[in-house]
Design a protein around this ligand. Structure first.
Ligand code: SF4
Length: 383
């Protein structure tokens, strides 16, 4: 955990004796892990997050003491880390995910401990023999007890058949997403395939995406992509356009090296590259711009966004393209309910803003888009 993060996020380790020490009995479906932001919103742990009062998505993760059986090179949950640390101490995306009884979470949501903040719940699967079955159990229980809050599934395609997607849909799952993460078959293989002794394949992931498009339908499926693992801007935006053409949306993360992962020595995605793909993704997903309308240089960098200057300026000024992307909440289709605070950066150098940007934030983003190497902490804190 970086010094900057410690200064703005409560020292959660202090509370571990109550909720976070994982034993062999702590396994799904009885237990789930939940994001720190969701735990704070539910009052399970005290704490505040930099400029973020709450999250509108209850992010859950199936959990087993033996952990994820895959070995993705950028992931804090990967199998190769099991000798080094207890699984419960591994991070999913940068931040801690405490383990809590599912029963307790449901009780708290039913009695409105989140004060009506949650607009969506999400179950993240991992690569484990019980993950498919337990995800279904968690979904059924939720739909029986809290059907007012829609559920997204962040899937693990490697273990899933078409019938599994059909069952999840029939049992009430609202949105189905696939964490493709890598933008090209080569990067996928290098980070998630046999090269790193991991079981995933590009073909199987795309098969699941196509099943999701058919079964869940337009606007009800999507993918996760991580920018900055060696792809060009054009390559990642080609995937974005392909998903949009299928009817889905793209949830994009900035690559940020997870401590203890095989890619811990990699640099985070450069700020200017990240802002360009973030903006272009938003234009393709929500503004009707197509990849063919955009211009690229010989290295695949975006040099034109396919909009008139004034229109582009208005989109940038809205700040929306630079907020966390993900499944929508109740009010604005273009803004994610799932804000994953500081899941892909530290609060001192925000990549995905977990809150609406103010004028100073937009000013910093404009400078980053122009190629200036500035962070966000001092420049963007609103007075
Ligand atoms: S399958 Fe998911 S949780 Fe498991 S190592 Fe890969 S990215 Fe991490």
């Amino acid at each position: 955990m970086s010094a900057n993060r410690e200064s703005v996020v409560a020292p959660l380790n202090f509370y571990r004796p109550n909720y976070h020490v994982k034993t062999p009995e702590m396994r799904s479906p009885e237990y789930v892990q939940l994001s720190t932001a969701a735990a704070i919103t539910l009052g399970l742990v005290p704490g505040t997050m930099h400029r973020t009062a709450c999250t509108h998505c209850l992010n859950l993760l199936v959990t087993y003491p033996e952990g994820c059986r895959a070995n993705c090179s950028y992931c804090g949950l990967a199998r190769h880390r099991e000798e080094a640390r207890d699984y419960a101490d591994r991070n999913f995306i940068r931040v801690d995910w405490p383990a809590v009884r599912y029963e307790e979470i449901i009780e708290r949501v039913r009695r409105d401990d989140d004060r009506g903040q949650f607009e969506r719940m999400c179950i993240s699967m991992i690569t484990h023999p019980n993950s498919d079955h337990d995800t279904l159990t968690l979904l059924r229980r939720w739909m029986a007890e809290v059907p007012r809050i829609p559920v997204s599934i962040l899937s693990n395609p490697t273990t899933m058949k078409r019938a599994d997607l059909e069952t999840l849909h029939a049992e009430g799952a609202d949105i189905f997403t696939v964490a493709l993460d890598a933008a090209t078959p080569e990067i996928f293989e290098r980070t998630r395939g046999k090269t790193v002794d991991s079981p995933h394949t590009w073909a199987k992931y795309w098969q699941a995406i196509e099943w999701a498009a058919e079964i869940f339908g337009p606007e009800k499926f999507g993918i996760h992509l991580i920018a900055g693992m060696g792809e060009t801007e054009r390559e990642i935006l080609e995937v974005v356009q392909r998903i949009r053409d299928l009817g889905g949306h793209n949830h994009m993360f900035a690559f940020f090296p997870e401590q203890g992962s095989m890619m811990e020595d990699w640099e985070p995605v450069p700020r200017d590259q990240w802002r360009r793909v973030q903006l272009a993704r938003f234009l393709i997903d929500y503004a009707g711009v197509r990849l063919e309308d955009m211009a690229f240089d010989a290295d695949g960098r975006v040099t034109g966004f396919g909009l008139e200057r004034a229109e582009l300026e208005a989109v940038i000024a809205s700040g929306k393209p630079f907020q966390t992307s993900g499944c929508p909440g109740k009010t604005d289709e273009e803004v994610s309910a799932c804000n994953r605070p500081y899941g892909d950066s530290s609060p001192s150098d925000i990549r995905s803003f977990p809150f609406a940007l103010g004028p100073k934030d937009v000013g910093v983003v404009r400078r980053q888009l122009a190629g200036e190497d500035v962070g966000t902490l001092h420049e963007s804190v609103e007075d």
